[in-house]
Design a protein around this ligand. Structure first.
Ligand SMILES: Nc1ncnc2c1ncn2[C@@H]1O[C@H](COP(=O)(O)OP(=O)(O)O)[C@@H](O)[C@H]1O
Ligand SMILES: CC(C)(COP(=O)(O)O)[C@@H](O)C(=O)NCCC(=O)O
Ligand SMILES: [K+]
Length: 258
């Protein structure tokens, strides 16, 4: 069985595949101190709950946090008896290499998104990925990641307001009915929700103009669905896009070695 691991700056997500379909997805907070043994106890408990026998034979990892990769490698070696493919490392080949400035190392999550988006949509795509950061990943006609935009994430912005302004509470994001807030919480929710709505609209419009041809806009990450309530921001929402891209990269590497 294939295990795909998407480690972001906030959360680490594990998806277990059965053939072409994701069987289960589990999420834990990202913490570089978590050991291989801790991961395994957690994973095997969740597998047991679902009645899944843990026969993981290959693993592919995307990590935007370099420090966690060490313990994930130990997990693979000790408990799954395999060497993981780590996206961004030289031994992990990509179906199409990114076209960016010399020496730049795009986030592995963005490379996975590009691989997934190309397989599903065939290029000319913008992926809007809501994580710790809000990323826009531009995927060209041939499937190459060619750059994009990194904006502060929604939760990071909310947290920054709370930390930087003595009188502002921590607020959970939601879609406010009105733009003009009549209490502090409503004002903050409006600023962040409608602010990000404008950001997504504005940036995708500018990307399309600069790119110069029609593009598909795909939303992914937990908050994509929330923003889809605002306007017509996305052509599609695909929550599993990063995982799917990891699978594409895994299959490509397997095909190269036989
Ligand atoms: N459905 C959701 N509703 C509210 N907040 C969410 C949801 N999904 C994710 N978040 C929040 O968004 C932030 C980033 O999410 P995540 O996709 O896990 O980031 P990363 O991939 O960078 O680790 C986290 O603070 C998380 O709590
Ligand atoms: C922009 C990111 C921090 C987003 O990571 P995430 O929000 O998923 O944790 C990550 O893709 C990253 O570290 N990128 C490296 C720089 C680049 O992509 O150009
Ligand atoms: K992510």
């Amino acid at each position: 069985m294939l295990l795909t691991i998407d480690c972001g700056n906030t959360n680490t997500v594990f998806s277990l595949w059965d053939g072409d379909a994701i069987l289960q997805t589990w999420r834990t907070s990202t913490d570089h101190r978590r050991t291989a043994d801790q991961y395994f106890v957690w994973l095997s408990t969740l597998m047991q709950v679902r009645g899944i026998k843990a026969d993981v034979t290959s693993v592919v990892i995307s990590s935007t946090v370099p420090r966690v990769v060490f313990n994930l490698r130990v997990l693979c070696d000790r408990y799954f008896d395999c060497r993981p493919l780590v996206v961004g490392k030289p031994e992990c080949r990509l179906p199409v290499p990114p076209r960016v400035e010399e020496g730049v190392r795009p986030g592995p999550d963005r490379l996975a998104n590009a691989a997934g988006a190309f397989q599903r949509h065939g290029g000319h795509v913008v992926v809007v990925d809501f994580g710790t950061a809000t990323n826009f990943d531009v995927v060209a006609e041939d499937g190459a990641y060619i750059g994009g935009v990194i904006a502060p994430g929604v939760n990071l912005s909310l947290e920054a307001l709370h930390q930087g302004a003595a009188a502002l509470p921590h607020v959970d994001i939601s879609r406010p009915e009105r733009v003009i807030g009549t209490n502090t919480v409503a004002c903050i929710q409006s600023g962040v929700f409608w602010g990000y709505t404008g950001l997504i609209e504005g940036i995708t419009q500018r990307i399309k103009a600069e790119y110069g041809r029609p593009m598909k806009v795909i939303g992914t990450g937990g908050l994509a669905a929330l923003f889809a309530q605002a306007e017509d921001l996305f052509d599609e929402i695909e929550d599993d896009l990063t995982m799917y891209g990891l699978r594409v990269i895994h299959d490509y590497n397997m095909a190269m070695t036989i």
